[in-house]
Ligand binder design. Structure first.
Ligand code: CP
Length: 344
């Protein structure tokens, strides 16, 4: 597509590219330095994200938002982020409303979309499918979640949230104790987040779930190999003690094909009583959302909604500047933002 080829190459885009292309498929593409640079671009985006300033550096550009799996925040916030930078968005949601329902392959879909759009965000239920989509095109492809694989933009906004909350509390990410709770087996947000946080120094990770939902061994080994303390716990109360961040996740019921969900009882639910008994006064409580509000789901309790430690809606708000930073970087316009910013 002409748009991406016409813009100036920048250092950050080259350094986070995958397979020599401006794509965001995995947090493995980042170093400690490059992730910091991307989050500083997100800082620059804040006044535009809040509509205090206007910047139309992506005017004329088109985003294709292809979501073959349910989504509210990832799809809408990627779309809103692109629009905030002056671009336009075309959406397709669900297999039944795309020609994949007629048997079209990922390769053909990707080739076709490259002729219509300047960037594409893809969510698909199969791990590795977004990388397959990216191999067929030269336009920027962003992984909006590939089955139980990764969700890199979520991890970036989660890290941005931790940084922002810690800055307010006078804490550093280095040396933090992060407790992850829930479906650590299928939860792609925690798979990306633990790798991103492993770029920092001296972390402690407590991974709390029933035995059937433990974090995959390769991710535990990755964090340990990078010098971090990793504890696996089957007890919520013990695991939460001393945590600076509690990151709760939903049970990914849609991934249990022919498998019984075992052991996720109310003993794992994060409620106001649990937080008041076991967390610190400055612990931040996060969740990628959606939280499952159905009877018996035992997801993050709504009785924390008015607790200032609950950061979940500050976390969702951070999706906009972080996703704006991802677009600006992959499309090579991040250095044009400040000089093109004007008052509303
Ligand atoms: N956190 C997240 O991915 O939310 P959606 O499924 O609503 O996009």
């Amino acid at each position: 597509a002409g748009y991406t080829q016409s813009v100036v190459q920048t250092g950050l885009r080259d350094r986070i590219s995958a397979n020599g292309r401006p794509q965001l498929l995995s947090v493995d593409q980042f170093t400690r330095e490059s992730v910091g640079e991307l989050l500083r671009v997100a800082d620059i985006m804040q006044p535009i994200a809040r509509r205090q300033k206007v910047c139309r550096v992506l005017e004329g550009a088109v985003l294709a938002n292809l979501f073959f799996e349910a989504s509210t925040r990832t799809r809408v916030s990627f779309g809103a982020a692109f629009c905030r930078l002056g671009g336009s968005v075309c959406d397709t949601t669900g297999f039944s409303f795309s020609s994949m329902a007629k048997g079209e392959s990922i390769y053909d879909t990707s080739r076709v979309i490259a002729g219509y759009a300047d960037a594409v965000v893809v969510r698909h239920p199969e791990k590795g499918s977004v990388a397959e989509f990216a191999r067929a095109t030269n336009i920027p492809v962003i992984n909006g979640g590939d089955g139980p694989g990764e969700h890199p933009s979520q991890a970036l906004l989660d890290l941005y949230t931790i940084e922002t909350e810690f800055s307010r509390l006078g804490k550093l990410v280095d040396g933090a104790h992060v407790a992850m709770v829930g479906d650590l087996k299928y939860g792609r947000t925690v798979h990306s987040l633990i790798k991103l946080l492993a770029l920092y120094r001296g972390m402690k990770f407590t991974l709390i779930s029933p035995p059937s939902l433990e974090m995959p061994a390769y991710l535990i080994e990755h964090a340990s190999r990078n010098g971090h303390v990793v504890e696996v716990s089957n007890s919520l109360q013990e695991g939460l003690r001393g945590a600076d961040v509690v990151y709760a996740t939903r049970i990914q019921k849609e991934r249990f094909v022919g498998e019984e969900l075992e052991g996720y009882t109310s003993d794992f639910q994060i409620t106001a009583a649990v937080v008041n008994a076991y967390c610190k006064a400055d612990t931040i409580i996060m969740h990628p959302l959606p939280r499952d509000s159905r009877e018996g789901a035992n997801d993050l309790s709504t009785d924390l909604n008015h607790d200032p430690r609950l950061a979940i809606f500050r976390q969702t708000d951070n999706g906009i500047p972080v996703r704006m930073a991802i677009f600006a970087t992959l499309l090579g316009v991040e250095n044009q933002i400040q000089r093109n910013m004007r008052d509303v």
